[in-house]
Ligand binder design. Structure first.
Ligand code: UDP
Length: 249
């Protein structure tokens, strides 16, 4: 069985969330660092448009399928991807693991008040997690202060929420100076942990309509979500190509 599945130029890890958490646990135990990208269709389309961003994604150790669009497309193209492995779910699982094993976590990103509330919520929910530090996400991305703090304190897990693209670029830019740790972009996760934004209710998630729930709740997202039909169109083109053997550009 292949370990990755290529969808529109991105190599997605063929894994379940349970197996992937085991993989990350091995990294933590061996003190071997890992850069994780959780990619949804918006991320795929951004990487196809922006060469620099594609290089950032290629620099990741693991890219997981964050979004039902990726899973459905994999199925349509006859490629195996068992389930979504989202940044939000991975964050919760990593926090549980950190709580069990006393790992330290650094939180980067979100509004000042939001990150403070998220850190408090994590401390309350996962009392054995050490919050190694946190910083809001509105700083000069080239500022050396934050990477140098992380380099110094060597947290086990670094969660970065600077918006899709920026967070992965920041990790990729500074990764070589960190000795160890799991580094992962987590999008709006701190907003949910802080209680500022609600995740889609489970019934919406089960119906694979989480993206629609987010659109209804935050209509300003529509511009980003235009990538969804573009992604679907590209996948359908690819499917046609598979069926007719006519090359698609
Ligand atoms: N964010 C940040 N700095 C920025 C841009 C965004 O800290 O320069 C935070 C924002 O406050 C939110 C998270 O990143 O907590 C995700 O932002 P958004 O939903 O805009 O990004 P998406 O993941 O949808 O691209």
């Amino acid at each position: 069985m292949n370990n990755t599945v290529n969808i529109l130029g991105i190599d997605f890890l063929n894994t379940t969330i349970n197996n992937f958490i085991n993989t990350l646990q091995s990294h933590l135990e061996d003190r071997k660092k890992a850069f994780v990208v959780t990619a949804n269709p918006e991320v795929v389309m951004k990487a196809r448009k922006e060469e620099d961003f594609m290089s950032v994604i290629k620099n990741a150790d693991y890219v997981t399928a964050d979004g039902i669009g990726i899973i459905k497309s994999a199925g349509l193209l006859g490629l195996p991807l068992p389930e979504r492995v989202t940044g939000f779910d991975l964050t919760l699982r990593l926090l549980s693991l950190a709580n069990e094993k006393n790992y330290s976590v650094y939180l980067l990103g979100g509004q000042d008040k939001v990150i403070e509330k998220a850190a408090e919520a994590i401390e309350a929910e996962y009392p054995s997690v050490t919050i190694a530090g946190y910083h809001h996400g509105f700083f000069d991305l080239n500022d050396d202060k934050i990477p140098s703090t992380i380099e110094h304190i060597k947290p086990d897990i670094v969660l970065v929420a600077l918006g899709a693209g920026r967070q992965e670029a920041w990790i990729s830019q500074h990764l070589s100076r960190f000795e160890h740790g799991i580094f992962m972009g987590v999008g709006g996760t701190f907003d949910v942990l802080a209680g500022e934004v609600q995740r889609a209710p489970e019934v919406w998630q089960k119906m694979n309509l989480e993206w629609f729930y987010r659109l209804v709740k935050q209509p300003s997202r529509w511009k980003r979500q235009i990538a969804l039909p573009q992604f679907a169109f590209k996948v359908l083109q690819l499917k046609m190509q598979q069926m007719t053997k006519v090359p698609v550009r």
